[in-house]
Write a protein that binds this ligand. Structure first.
Ligand code: SF4
Length: 316
């Protein structure tokens, strides 16, 4: 017996978009403002590894105005102005995005997070980090902030396959991710997982198993994107040697729609695809603008007459 659409789903998008989730939770539009707080990453500085993940070039996920040399407050002001003009947003979540944003002393983290939260229009923070870089002190700090503000902890998993994690030089395992989610659960803040589809040697069926993993964990939201190669990365070299064959747009859209069908409606979707600045993008280059990518996936669900969770296990 098929599930029926859930009230958590956006009525036109047919999935639980994060914007829709925030609006239901807070009652108004909220935008995320990305900042670069000047962190590095233990998978690049030698403490966990060197060279980083084979696809990592932080320029690819860092807007130009969020350079670490710019004071946090200036980055926030520029980002809030941008979203206010573009979308009419008046309330914001500050997203500590670049590199590993819990990789520092608790005192440093507390200073940065509280500086962001001091702004009267900031309702909370989102903190991106690795599953192997979250101390008990950092967890307690986030727990304390979550008593009065919105907090989302964003954990990069990327793949649930340990062989793939090794091949892409992630420097952590699936068990590390599950252990950290378990430690972070029940602390009254949201947990978001980051996933990538399209690794060499990964089939669509392999990737779709991740929906079941997410369904069984206390994950509140997901970010998903296709594996793409940008200049200056090992992945770009693999592509040039023919050892990384990017997904086609059709393959990606089909698999994402399948994934959404298998994912419980309670898990909000923060991102459905990735993009890199054209000047550093190597492959794939699908030639589809960002807003069209979003609607290409929405259209796939619509044409199927389907929705997020239609084929999910219904134990919740
Ligand atoms: S964990 Fe993130 S910042 Fe660190 S190397 Fe990998 S992609 Fe880059």
């Amino acid at each position: 017996m098929p599930n029926t659409p859930d009230e958590q789903l956006h009525p036109q998008l047919h999935f639980n978009s994060y914007g829709h989730y925030l609006r239901r939770r807070f009652g108004f539009r909220i935008s995320k403002v990305n900042v670069d707080a000047g962190f590095t990453c233990p998978n690049r500085d030698g403490s966990k590894g060197t060279g980083g993940c084979i696809y990592c070039n932080n320029v690819s996920f860092s807007p130009k105005e969020t350079q670490s040399v710019v004071p946090l407050e200036e980055q926030m002001a520029a980002g809030m102005t941008y979203h206010r003009i573009r979308l009419g947003s008046e309330k914001f979540i500050i997203y500590f995005q670049k590199y590993t944003n819990t990789y520092g002393s608790v005192e440093l983290l507390a200073d940065l997070y509280h500086r962001a939260l001091d702004h009267p229009n900031v309702i909370g923070i989102s903190v991106g980090t690795r599953p192997d870089s979250l101390s008990d002190g950092a967890l307690d700090l986030l727990t304390d902030i979550a008593r009065t503000k919105y907090v989302c902890l964003e954990l990069g998993l990327q793949s649930m396959d340990d062989d793939i994690l090794t091949r892409i030089n992630r420097g952590h395992t699936l068990d590390d991710f599950i252990g950290t989610v378990t430690r972070a659960a029940g602390r009254n803040f949201d947990i978001c997982a980051h996933l990538i589809h399209g690794f060499p040697g990964e089939s669509a069926a392999d990737f779709l198993k991740t929906a079941g993993l997410m369904a069984g964990l206390p994950i509140n939201s997901l970010k998903l994107h296709q594996l793409h190669a940008v200049t200056g990365t090992e992945l770009a070299e693999l592509y040039r040697r023919g050892e990384f064959v990017p997904l086609t747009l059709e393959q990606y859209v089909t698999t994402v729609a399948d994934f959404l069908e298998l994912l419980p409606p309670r898990i909000a979707i923060q991102r459905l695809y990735g993009s890199a600045p054209l000047e550093i993008s190597v492959a794939p280059r699908w030639g589809v603008k960002n807003n069209r990518m979003w609607y290409t996936i929405v259209n796939e669900l619509t044409q199927r007459g389907s929705w997020q969770g239609r084929r999910a296990e219904t134990s919740e």
